[in-house]
Design a binder for this molecule. Structure first.
Ligand code: PGA
Length: 256
């Protein structure tokens, strides 16, 4: 049985003390009961990863990005081995904001994926179509092409974790959530691709998260879908109350 991930992508929000306060409150919420298969992850900005990692015992800490280079003269970049030396468990790559504002390609995302695996950090690979692509009926084609590009030549050993986040670009930060049926349709396509590529066993084990205006009001319905294994949540992950509410809903949804 797969886990259910509630992953908060904080983007460029929260200062040092807000990060510390959120993590302290989250840790105490997670200590209150057994969350079973429900796994919490938060992704603060790079400078506060160590503080988050120091506080959180019951949740994973993710970076929001990583360099494609192993080390060297790359001013402003942070390598996978540096993240690993902090004990960081996960890292988001290929987020649509990186693709849109920093011109990141599937090839670059693939390089980042390889660096993370070399350092035993679990990648959270983001893919998703734009509104124009959806309206043109290209959703499946776009999403599968992104998967092909990001995973080209990447072999996965059984038991090795890579999370995929399906995030339709038109639903990110817009308040427009994909309906649970729209999301499930794409998640099922992704799992079918994984099956074809890596075999039934691995495809059934892999986690596919939904992202795009997920919040306490809709996370339950999304999680009821057979191929949705959690959420990558931006706006609604910033308030401790709504983040904890989503964890509780996930738990009620069969997390135990
Ligand atoms: P949102 O962001 O929940 O604010 O739409 C999701 C994401 O970008 O990961």
């Amino acid at each position: 049985m797969r886990n259910i991930f509630i992953a908060g992508n904080w983007k460029m929000n929260k200062d040092a003390s807000q990060t510390q306060q959120f993590c302290t409150q989250l840790e105490s919420h997670l200590q209150e009961r057994d969350f079973g298969r429900v796994k919490a992850i938060v992704a603060p900005v790079h400078p506060f990863l160590a503080a988050a990692e120091g506080i959180l015992r019951s949740a994973g800490v993710a970076a929001q990005d990583v360099s494609a280079h192993p080390q060297g003269a790359f001013t402003g970049e942070v390598s996978a081995s540096q993240l690993a030396s902090l004990g960081i468990s996960h890292c988001i790559i290929g987020h649509s904001e990186r693709r849109q504002y920093h011109g990141e390609s599937d090839e670059l995302v693939r390089e980042k994926l390889l660096r993370l695996r070399e350092n035993r950090i679990i990648p959270i690979v983001c893919i998703g179509e734009t509104l124009l692509q959806r309206e043109d009926g290209q959703t499946r084609e776009v999403v599968l092409a992104q998967l092909e590009g990001c995973f080209e030549g990447v072999e996965l050993a059984s038991g090795e974790e890579v999370l995929i986040a399906y995030e339709p670009v038109w639903a990110i930060g817009t308040g427009k959530t994909a309906t649970s049926a729209q999301a499930q349709e794409v998640h099922a396509e992704i799992r079918a691709w994984l099956k074809e590529r890596y075999g039934e066993e691995l495809a059934q084990k892999m986690h596919i998260l939904y992202g795009g205006s997920a919040k306490p009001e809709n996370i339950g319905e999304l999680l009821e879908q057979p191929d949705i294994d959690g959420g990558l949540i931006g706006g609604a992950s910033l308030q401790i109350e709504s983040f904890c509410a989503m964890l509780d809903i996930a738990l009620q949804n069969g997390g135990n």
